[in-house]
Design a protein. Structure first.
Length: 382
């Protein structure tokens, strides 16, 4: 490991010195603290416990990251309750949860040249998706927290190919929101919706992905609306730049309000972060040539009322007559994450963080997430 620490690394950065001392500890066979989920449940049905593991080592093409921040995403609610989100039988495998991540390169394996010890980095959600179209057969083999260990740990081993450097304007806490929520929203808004300035768009809810959709869409010059169950949260969204807001609890037929807000023309893009329960309204709210970006896949409306599921009778007709495009969105590639990071630097965008919890309070963070009180992201500082 020491041969990788050049004079430049050691003299150039305090982080590199910290990394050197930490890597010596690792070499000496020290342990790290990690959370595990899987074959274990507490009295409340939560599968999460802190354990010690040997400090990891970087193999060829790999990097050991000193994780400084991780965070929770919607799917973690299911994972921490032992739900196998992509199916599969039997006991859930033991995994370190969470895919949000930001940290420093602690050590590098053979052949790694993209990053150096001490670099501040994030690792993309699917580290095998570098660029080009998604290929499920090969790229889904690494999904942090699901089929490989994630980042709720003091250190994590990652493929160097998945890394992107953190811009100086972002803290670790801010940067860790990018590999999942920030990137998914980027893919939806910039890659798939291809928004034009002045277009009318609506994003659903004030969760991590939706708030990023609002920020990226504003950056693209669109006129942006956002929905929420809470007027208080909507007031915050106005402060953050929303052009119009709709409370979906007091206005359940929000598509009618969206039509009013656009002088009857309809929305050029709807970011459906919910799923089937809001699909029919998303389509009815759309303008000619509109795009509906499908991001959430909840099987029923969160209220449990599934009567607003896609109106199959009208669906093809609406699609044809308005020439709509319905597009599924799956997180994004390293190339997209690199572009998003550049946009953050150029446009001085700050991820919206609701609360930061310490490493020993991950359970509190999960309970807070389940309370529904938050806007944007919940982060764990490590
Ligand atoms: N396709 C992908 O690659 C991808 C990637 C990341 C996440 N996702 C999915 O995207 C969804 C959002 O993820 P997230 O991490 O942003 O979740 P999150 O932070 O937990 O936010 C969820 C938010 O959804 C809102 N909501 C619930 N029911 C709603 C409704 N009927 N209409 C409008 N908003 C509603 C709530 O907003 P209010 O509190 O304001 O009411 C809630 O805060 C999840 O289903 C997740 O699995 C997909």
């Amino acid at each position: 490991m020491t041969e990788h620490l050049t004079r430049r690394h050691i003299l150039g950065s305090g982080a590199a010195l910290a990394a050197l001392s930490a890597s010596k500890q690792a070499a000496a066979g020290s342990t790290i603290r990690v959370y595990e989920s899987g074959n274990y449940q507490d009295a409340n049905g939560v599968t999460l416990r802190m354990v010690k593991r040997p400090a990891p080592k970087a193999g060829p093409g790999q990097v050991v990251m000193r994780v400084r921040a991780t965070g929770l995403n919607a799917r973690d609610r299911s994972l921490l309750r032992g739900v196998r989100i992509y199916g599969g039988a039997g006991e859930a495998p033991t995994r370190v949860p969470f895919d949000d991540n930001a940290g420093e390169v602690l050590s590098i394996g053979e052949g790694v040249t993209r990053v150096a010890v001490g670099d501040r980095v994030i690792c993309t959600h699917f580290p095998l998706w570098i660029d080009g179209p998604w290929d499920d057969a090969t790229m889904s083999k690494m999904d942090f927290g699901v089929n490989v260990d994630g980042f709720c740990a003091e250190q994590a081993v990652v493929p160097a190919e998945g890394l992107v450097k953190i811009p100086p304007s972002l803290s670790f806490e801010e940067a860790c929101t990018l590999p999942n929520a920030g990137l998914t929203a980027w893919n939806a808004v910039v890659r798939e919706a291809r928004l034009l300035p002045g277009e009318n768009v609506l994003t659903l809810g004030t969760g991590g992905v939706s708030v990023f959709c609002m920020q990226w869409a504003k950056m693209q010059g669109a006129r942006v609306g956002i929905t929420s169950s809470s007027d208080e949260k909507l007031a915050r969204m106005k402060e953050l730049g929303a052009d119009f807001t709709i409370n979906y609890k007091t206005t359940p037929n929000w598509h009618e309000e969206a039509l009013k807000q656009t002088d009857g023309k309809g929305l050029d893009a709807v970011f459906n972060t919910v799923g089937i329960g809001e699909m029919d309204r998303s389509i009815r709210a759309s303008a000619s040539n509109g795009r509906v970006l499908v991001i959430g896949a909840n099987p029923v409306a969160p209220s449990g009322d599934n009567t607003q599921a896609v109106g199959l009778k009208d669906f093809p007709r609406n699609m044809i007559m308005r020439r709509l495009r319905v597009q599924g969105v799956l997180v994004g590639s390293r190339r997209m994450l690199t572009d998003a990071v550049k946009a953050i630097e150029t446009n001085n965008i700050k991820p919206v963080i609701d609360k930061v919890f310490p490493f020993d309070k991950v359970l509190d963070a999960m309970n807070y997430m389940e309370s529904g009180a938050k806007v944007g992201k919940i982060v764990i500082k490590i």
